[in-house]
Design a protein around this ligand. Structure first.
Ligand code: NAD
Length: 366
């Protein structure tokens, strides 16, 4: 197969971590007899510096013309970077929102997987046999409160702010379908999260998700209220396989779920549209505090590249190969600075590795 993708290294540690993801992709694709072409483009702060805007029409068009986009991260340190003196609509993050919208990426997937080798980083209290969870949150990304009408005005002498939460059945149906498809490829268990005891949008959400569920009799579907889900994620994350929820609930729950793995440098993400097109990026930001030092952990980006092979190209064996190579690298004791245990006794047996060394170690284990 020939893979033709756009690549947005971005700002801060973005170029360093994307370079390692390309290294691993090149190695796995060569092993299986595939070829890949990357077309690099600018987005975020580097695009502001070059063109005065965080996302140009040309970059958007380029991304649309490819099968997938692999991204590093964008943005800078808001306290010192001149990018943050600009109007909010011209800042780096506005480019990412416009790109997601322009590409119609309505489903955001964030896995939260606890690597056995990093179990000590999990902030949750232990369980008999140790913690062991592997879940994915599917978040609706282009509807709901973040995209509804909003205004602030004085009404009868009182300042009033209004944000509108609306969903139509089509928006719910398509993301529900995506979530059921993902559940079919995993543990066939789907938890739909809403606030149906209060919100009309949630009652419609629940009704439509159950309608879609009739097409997937093999998937065990259950509903959970969002406040309960927030508790269950820290109490018993092992109970979840796939969670599907609306935009704002998903924003909050996916950050909560990622934090219980205890390691921000490990978390991949994918944003998908109705076809197999996707934008793949780590969940973390551009880490300006460590940019250019060669110490960033590239694993989240490498795992995002594996998600790209799985979801945009159907290359499951190749994706499994990357994930296993990451596990072997950790099992062999390689640790980037963020993964190094604070306890000197535990750190003693580990191999300290910079960004490029981690990439080399993963590629060598394919
Ligand atoms: P951040 O995720 O960049 O960094 C938080 C902390 O985690 C920092 O100490 C950083 O050094 C560390 N860290 C993050 N990724 C790491 C990695 N791969 N390896 C080792 N350590 C890592 O969050 P922040 O500092 O709040 O944001 C910095 C910039 O990134 C801001 O401009 C923000 O808007 C942007 N941002 C971009 C995205 C994106 O591109 N999708 C996402 C979140 C934040």
């Amino acid at each position: 197969m020939h893979l033709d993708i756009a690549c947005i290294p971005g700002d801060g540690i973005g170029p360093e971590i994307v370079e390692q993801a390309k290294k691993v992709l090149n190695a796995v694709l060569a092993k299986y007899g595939h070829t890949i072409e990357y077309t690099d483009t600018l987005m975020g702060g580097c695009s502001i510096d070059a063109y005065g805007v965080p996302l140009t029409e040309e970059t958007l068009e380029l991304c649309r013309s490819k099968n997938a986009v692999l991204m590093g991260s964008i943005g800078g340190d808001a306290k010192v970077s001149p990018w943050y003196k600009l109007e909010p609509s011209r800042r780096p993050e506005a480019g990412l929102l416009a790109l997601r919208k322009g590409l119609g990426l309505y489903a955001n997937l964030r896995p939260a997987y606890l690597f056995k080798e990093l179990a000590d980083s999990c902030p949750l209290a232990g369980k008999d046999g140790g913690r062991n969870f592997d879940l994915v949150i599917v978040r609706e990304l282009t509807g709901g409160l973040y995209f509804g009408e909003r205004y602030t005005k004085e009404i009868d002498g009182v300042m009033t702010a209004v944000d509108t939460l609306s969903y139509n059945e089509n928006e719910i149906r398509r993301v529900a379908k995506t979530a059921f498809e993902i559940a079919m490829k995993r543990g066939k268990k789907l938890t739909s999260v809403d606030k149906a005891n209060v919100l009309d949008t949630s009652r419609l959400w629940r009704k439509i998700v159950h309608e879609v569920g009739e097409e997937y009799p093999e998937v065990e579907l259950s509903d959970m209220l969002v406040d309960n889900c927030a508790m269950q994620l820290v109490k018993d994350p092992e109970q979840f396989d796939v969670i599907v929820t609306e935009n704002m609930f998903g924003d909050i729950l996916s950050d909560e779920a990622s934090m219980i793995t205890g390691s921000i440098g490990m978390l991949s993400s994918a944003s998908l549209n109705e076809s197999s097109f996707g934008l793949y990026e780590p969940s973390h930001g551009s880490a300006p505090d460590i940019a250019g030092k060669g110490i960033a952990n590239p694993i989240a980006t490498v795992l995002s590249a594996a998600m790209m092979l799985r979801y945009s190209f159907g290359l499951n064996e190749e994706a499994d190969d990357i994930e296993n190579a990451v596990k072997k690298t950790l099992a062999d004791g390689y640790r980037s600075a963020d993964l190094m245990p604070a306890d000197p006794e535990k750190a003693a047996g580990m191999i300290g590795a910079g960004c490029a060394e981690m990439g080399d170690a993963i590629a060598a284990r394919l």
